[in-house]
Design a protein around this ligand. Structure first.
Ligand SMILES: Cc1cc2nc3c(=O)[nH]c(=O)nc-3n(C[C@H](O)[C@H](O)[C@H](O)COP(=O)(O)OP(=O)(O)OC[C@H]3O[C@@H](n4cnc5c(N)ncnc54)[C@H](O)[C@@H]3O)c2cc1C
Length: 381
């Protein structure tokens, strides 16, 4: 067993770390305050090939792997969590879904621009009545000649409000063709700008304010038959399969944010003097940081193992759930301790730890809540 990162993995990590320190971190506070998306940063990410790390060159990728992709996601999230989420949704979920299940035409039209970072993807699984119970989807797709007609609403859709978001992949119910057969859930690609497809207003969120999250509304929205994605009757399973990678990504995002908590708190604890000494010299403070560092190391190893299993084409449902659950709960504790170490300054927006505290909890909700992860894990026991 060899736990060392390969030269290529180290290169990806170091490149992303430098980019984050020089370009992303200095802007993070302003982005959260204004809620404006940093398209210039996204263009630079595309130039560095970040959206295409795990895909082969023939679809515009760099021929890397999912370990490399997640090292990049961790580092991006250390600077700005929404940029980690951008990579998660676009690369880990949407581009992967197109890559694995798409036809050659679909890959040409939608995957290649996404892998090159020219366009961004979104997925719509959640509905007002179908959250954790995503199979309760009510959105319908009815075949009409050479088109599908979509009706329904998807909510909390990340990325779709970005001006370069090209599409949303949705799950929708299709009626059984013969009596006695069950209705199916299938997957469809809906291009932005299709008549009958509109967005609700941008959600007003407590954090991640520059991430463009909207409701997607479909009213007699006609899409070409060629926008059907993957195998008939397998849409739900296809989508859950790529969400497993999304869970590894949420774990990497959590580790990145926790690492930022550690770095900011360590620096602060060594500078802040009370009772004539830096507060780091008080065991009550340094032990918090020791625990934080240990838990980060554990969560990092967990997401790297899950990503390695994926690269090795071994089952990783359990390991992805372990990593997502542990890392997302770990970062909440890290953010809380980071805030505590900063005392009253932790409450001030100009201190990054206040941002981490507000932005960490949602990681226990998206792509399967902690309870859903425990349900997955308990099925394996
Ligand atoms: C910022 C943000 C971005 C998002 N991005 C996307 C996106 O891009 N695409 C998308 O499709 N969705 C997205 N979501 C939706 C997200 O995945 C859902 O919010 C999540 O799956 C939970 O669904 P829900 O909010 O309806 O909660 P519910 O399912 O209503 O759950 C409420 C509570 O009940 C618990 N619960 C539910 N069922 C059980 C059970 N059987 N046993 C025990 N506890 C249970 C849950 O764990 C939770 O604590 C996003 C959400 C947010 C807030």
């Amino acid at each position: 067993m060899d736990f060392r990162l390969s030269e290529e993995h180290q290169m990806i990590r170091d490149m992303t770390r430098k980019f984050v320190d020089e370009v992303v971190e200095p802007r993070a506070e302003e982005l959260e305050a204004t809620g404006e998306y940093p398209y210039d940063i996204m263009d630079q990410m595309a130039e560095l090939g970040m959206m295409g790390i795990p895909f082969p060159a023939d679809v515009g990728g760099s021929g890397g792997d999912w370990v490399g992709m997640h090292l990049c996601i961790e580092e991006m999230s250390r600077g700005d969590v929404t940029l980690g989420a951008l990579l998660d949704v676009t690369t880990s979920v949407v581009a992967q879904e197109l890559f694995v299940f798409g036809t050659d035409e679909q890959k040409e039209k939608w995957l290649i621009p996404m892998v090159r970072g020219k366009e961004i993807g979104a997925f719509g699984l959640t509905e007002p009545g179908a959250g954790s119970d995503a199979g309760a989807t009510k959105t319908s797709a009815v075949r009409d000649g050479d088109a599908w007609v979509i009706n329904g609403t998807k909510q909390f859709v990340t990325n779709i409000g970005l001006k370069n978001a090209s599409l949303v992949i949705i799950t929708a119910k299709t009626k059984a063709e013969k009596p006695g057969e069950k209705d199916q859930i299938n997957t469809f690609i809906v291009s932005k700008g299709t008549p009958g497809f509109s967005l609700g207003k941008k959600y007003d969120k407590m954090s991640w304010r520059h991430s463009a999250t909207h409701k997607c509304i479909f009213e007699d929205c006609r899409i070409p038959a060629g926008n059907f994605l993957g195998k008939e009757g397998r849409g739900f399973a296809q989508h859950l399969a790529v969400l497993e990678t999304g869970r590894i990504s949420i774990a990497a995002i959590s580790v990145g944010m926790a690492q930022a908590c550690l770095e900011k708190s360590l620096q602060y604890a060594k500078e802040r003097v009370q009772f004539g000494k830096p507060i780091y010299s008080f065991q009550a403070v340094s032990f918090k940081l020791a625990d934080m560092a240990m838990n980060i190391e554990l969560a990092r190893n967990m997401y790297l193992k899950a990503a390695w299993l994926k690269d090795t084409r071994l089952p990783h449902t359990l390991e992805a759930a372990y990593a997502k659950l542990f890392a997302s709960e770990m970062v909440e504790k890290a953010a809380s301790d980071a805030y505590q170490i900063h005392g009253g300054y932790g409450f001030m927006n100009e201190y990054a730890v206040s941002r981490y505290y507000k932005g960490c909890k949602i990681l226990q909700i998206v792509e399967g809540t902690s309870e859903v992860q425990r349900m997955v894990i308990s099925r394996f026991l």
